[in-house]
Design a protein. Structure first.
Length: 150
């Protein structure tokens, strides 16, 4: 699942990490996401589960909503890429499946709740999934958050 990443990929993942830091500062689990279409960010989001009191307010779901509004339709184009700091959970993976995003790039693997643990064959071959981009930074942010809660 890991891929060969470009400088652009790193740039966009750093934007997702910036969103994750906002979540951290707000007391949310620090996961951030951006959606890129035709080389520009069309949506940014971070977890807002606590603020919205909504278990579905994950970064990926909020980013999909923002991106579809930006594009003016209910689907993302196959030319869109989601960058997210942590591997999507099964709920988010399902939303990404239905959104028709073309590519998913994540940072850290999610050993307990990641889709690959529970639904590894969810995505069709048309959706490229690549993990491990800036993995250390994403994992350290998560570890720091949970260490601060103990």
């Amino acid at each position: 699942m890991s891929g060969v990443f470009t400088r652009d990929d790193e740039y966009f993942m750093r934007a997702a990490l910036a969103e994750a830091r906002v979540a951290f500062d707000e007391g949310e689990i620090p996961i951030g996401a951006v959606i890129v279409c035709e080389g520009r960010i069309i949506a940014r989001a971070h977890n807002e589960v606590e603020r919205l009191l909504d278990p579905t307010a994950h970064a990926e779901v909020l980013a999909i909503t923002s991106a579809t509004q930006s594009l003016g339709g209910k689907f993302l184009s196959s030319g869109c890429t989601l960058y997210v700091t942590v591997e999507p959970c099964t709920m988010c993976a399902g939303a990404l499946f239905w959104s028709r995003v073309g590519r998913i790039v994540y940072g850290a693997k999610e050993e307990k709740f990641g889709y690959s643990c529970h639904a590894p064959s969810l995505f069709p071959k048309a959706i490229r999934v690549e993990g491990g981009l800036l993995e250390v930074e994403a994992r350290e942010l998560m570890q720091s958050f949970f260490a601060s809660r103990r």
